[in-house]
Structure formats: C-alpha cells, structure tokens
Design a binder for this molecule. Structure first.
Ligand code: PEP
Length: 255
C-alpha cells in the first residue's frame, strides 16, 4: 500500500526562530499518523539540523533538503552534496522543483544526475515535474510531463524507483492562487502512473506516491486529495502557516 504524504516546501523563507516555532506548533497539534502516512518538511539548508533535532522522536515526520548537487564533493562554492545531507540525518530531497529548473537552469539530464547522487547516498527523492501554462493551453501536458519523467528517471531500475516519490506541480498553479481542478490533477496523476507502469511495471506504479502541488490549501485539499491517484501534496505557501499546514495534513488523513 503506497504512502500518503504531505510535504511542506518552505523555499527561501523563515529565520531559525520562526522555523523552530513553526515545527513546534506542528508537532504539538499533529494528528495521529501511522506507517501509511508521512509528513515531510523541506526547509532551507540552514534549518536542517534544527528541524532534524526537533523531529527525531516523532515517527512519520521527516526532514528534506530542497536540492542537492550532482557531485558528491569538490570545488562547488555554495553547493551542498548528497552525502552531507545523509550524514546530517536528512531523509528526503526535492529534485527538479520548477523554480530551480527556471532560475538555475536545471534540465532533465542534470536532474537525472542529481537523482543518482541522492539515491546513491540513501536519500528518498521527491521528483518534481509539471508543465507551463502555454503547454497546458496547447494540450500537450501529458507528453511534456511524460518526457520529464523519461529523461530524468527511466535509466533507473525498479528497485531504485521504490525510493522515488513524484510531485506533479503545474507551473501555472504554483504560488498563483490558481489551483488545478481536482479532475485535472487526477487526470495527470493517472497519466503519470500509466507512464511509470509502462516503463517499470505494475508493482512499481501501484507503490509510488504521486503528490499534487500548486496553490493547495486546507480549503481545497480534501477535494484535490480525493482523486484515486492523488496521494497527498507538496505544499508551498500554506506550509508556512501552522494552521493551514495542519489542515492539509488532516485532509490527507480523511482522503
Ligand atoms: C511549491 O512551490 O512546491 C508549491 C506547491 O507552492 P504553492 O503551494 O505556494 O503554490
């Protein structure tokens, strides 16, 4: 049975005290979770150690980095390597967020290399994909997202895929307040599962968690998460507000 996951992407927000307070509130009011649920907090690098210390005794809450370098060490000023994350106790890493694809020119080939580095160092990868508005308007979103998966993940074997989660995040819905409809989300998630099924087989496809991201809030999460292939969410803005994030976690549990 695949996991339902709510992951919060803090992006470049919150100072250390604000981050600490937010996690404290989330942990204090966290509903009962079980081995079929996971909450993931993708904090800025600076917060990782603090977040790991705060969550270490709380089962089913994990900490993620928002990126890692594709090399394992070396002269890459300002970068963080996957072995450093693993050594610090980080369990997950976001790879391929649309903001990094756009602002840091990360292409599918580089994201394949980053995925390899993360997996080789025992990290669980939340691989982000999703189309821009002009692709959606042209009706070619299924091919576009399928190609993102093909070019960054299809070199892996089925065993490696058990360490991958997918986050479908239509770019036109990220931080815009414009959410995909529950039907648009379910349609794309079903397509992603079919693409994975065709490449890796039914066992991998049925076990992989596919999260929706893009202006997901406590008020629309129940509807979005109702889709049979929607296994939770990757949450940006609403992950910075304890009540909103807790509401989305509750929506995951009720879906
Ligand atoms: C994100 O950046 O991953 C995201 C989903 O952002 P938001 O929820 O703010 O649209």
């Amino acid at each position: 049975m695949r996991k339902k996951i709510v992951a919060g992407n803090w992006k470049m927000n919150l100072n250390l005290k604000e981050g600490k307070d937010l996690i404290e509130r989330i942990l204090t009011e966290l509903p009962n979770l079980n081995e079929h649920n996971q909450v993931v907090l993708a904090t800025p690098y600076l917060h990782l150690s603090q977040a790991i210390a705060q969550t270490q005794h709380t089962a089913f809450v994990s900490v993620a980095a928002q990126n890692c370098h594709h090399e394992t060490s070396g002269a890459y000023t300002g970068e963080i390597a996957a072995p450093m994350l693993q050594n610090a106790g980080v369990q997950y890493v976001l790879i391929g967020h649309s903001e990094r694809r756009a602002y840091n020119h990360e292409d599918n080939a580089l994201l394949a290399a980053k995925t390899n580095a993360a997996l080789a160092n025992g990290l669980q990868v939340i691989f982000c994909c999703g189309e821009a508005l002009e692709i959606r308007d042209a009706g070619t979103q299924n091919d576009f997202v399928g190609n993102q998966l093909k070019e960054s993940l299809f070199h892996l074997d089925a065993a490696a895929m058990s360490n991958i989660e997918i986050a479908y995040e239509p770019i036109w819905a990220i931080g815009t307040g414009r959410t995909a409809t529950a039907e648009q989300a379910q349609d794309m998630h079903q397509h992603i599962r079919q693409v994975i099924n065709a490449q890796f087989g039914a066992a991998v496809a049925q076990n992989i968690s596919i999260l929706y991201g893009g202006s997901c809030k406590a008020s629309n999460a129940v509807e979005l998460f109702a889709g049979a292939d929607v296994d939770g969410g990757l949450i940006g803005g609403a992950a910075l507000i304890a009540d909103d994030f807790l509401g989305i976690i509750k929506a995951m549990l009720s879906a």
